[in-house]
Design a protein around this ligand. Structure first.
Ligand code: ING
Length: 314
């Protein structure tokens, strides 16, 4: 019996600062209902889907900063979304800024949660690769203060049996690091879900601006192919508080092919029937970790590393 999973990648357009949480949530619920109309079984929302991507600006007031975080998701602030999803029988991936408050300290993470079709929480992830900087760079047109507003994720790259397969998550910059996919695939991942907020301008390296779309796709296509995984990547797109962000929400097959992609930079559903058995030829033949890759292979390489390169090839 083939394992077809109909997935809706729910790209968010800009979330303005003056949009209320209720208005933002109602936009997500609108996409959820459209996904249900098309019989989707899982909807994937983006990174920090509940708020503007506030790491793009300098915030000194702690109460102002705290307003962008949620402590419990699913919880009171997102109940309308998760209740509707349970009623519709759709699983949910949601990225959000997580505030862990215990007696003596506040901990902050860039997080995502996976909830199944019965409304049960399957698992959580906390972003590991935090790009950008911790200090204010007033000369930049916008900031990327994830190192100031989040801690490095402390949950690793877990995988879970869900939706008829093995599922893992990562967030935004994690997708650019090859080990993200390999660690998830070593954990059995067949499907990797992620959200991102990716500006189309890199203040420190404008020479790379022309490659932003290409490199966004390159890292995920390679990661999907080299690890035999589906990758569902969902953007927060469009001009958000002066920051122009790419769209290109994509569903990528284990072959590395982009099989579905957004066409706009607004709220947009990208839906695809993902055959989880399409991972098999890659996991069992092209990239068979057990047969073609082992600690012995790498021991040989490291031992060679001790060998001095002959003069002739230096
Ligand atoms: N954002 C960006 C990302 O897509 C970035 C940061 C932009 C890195 C462009 C490199 C090039 O990784 C987040 N939120 O990680």
């Amino acid at each position: 019996m083939t394992r077809i999973l109909r997935i809706a990648a729910a790209q968010s357009g800009p979330v303005p600062k003056n949009e209320t949480r209720e208005e933002t949530l109602s936009r997500l619920i609108r996409m959820l209902r459209k996904a249900a109309d098309q019989k989707a079984e899982l909807i994937v929302f983006t990174e920090c889907a509940l708020t503007p991507f506030f790491p793009h600006w300098w915030i000194e007031d702690e109460a102002e900063l705290d307003a962008y975080y949620d402590s419990v998701v699913p919880g009171v602030s997102t109940q309308a979304l998760f209740e509707e999803a349970r009623k519709l029988g759709i699983g949910v991936h949601l990225g959000y800024a997580e505030l862990c408050q215990n007696t003596d300290q506040k901990r902050r993470f860039n997080s995502s949660v996976l909830v199944n079709q019965e409304g049960e929480t399957v698992g959580r992830f906390r972003k590991v690769h935090l790009p950008g900087h911790a200090e204010h760079r007033p000369d930049n047109p916008f900031q990327n203060l994830e190192k100031r507003y989040f801690e490095v994720g402390d949950l690793g790259f877990p995988t879970w049996n869900a939706f008829g397969g093995v599922v893992g998550m990562c967030i935004c910059n994690d997708r650019r690091w090859s080990e993200t996919y390999r660690v998830l695939a070593l954990g059995g991942a067949e499907l990797i879900l992620l959200g991102y907020n990716t500006p189309d301008h890199i203040p420190e390296h404008p020479e790379l601006d022309r490659l932003v779309d290409f490199q966004h796709q390159l890292c995920m296509q390679a990661g999907a192919y080299q690890n035999g995984c589906w990758v569902v990547a969902v953007g927060k797109a469009g001009l958000e508080e002066g920051v122009s962000q790419i769209g290109l929400t994509s569903i990528i097959a284990p072959s590395g092919e982009i099989v579905a992609q957004s066409k706009t930079r607004g709220d947009e559903l990208v839906i695809h029937d993902c055959d989880l058995d399409a991972t098999t030829v890659y996991k069992k033949a092209m990239f068979n970790f057990e047969a073609n890759r082992s600690p012995e292979h790498y021991r040989a390489i490291t031992e060679q590393r001790g060998v001095k390169t002959p003069e002739s090839v230096q």
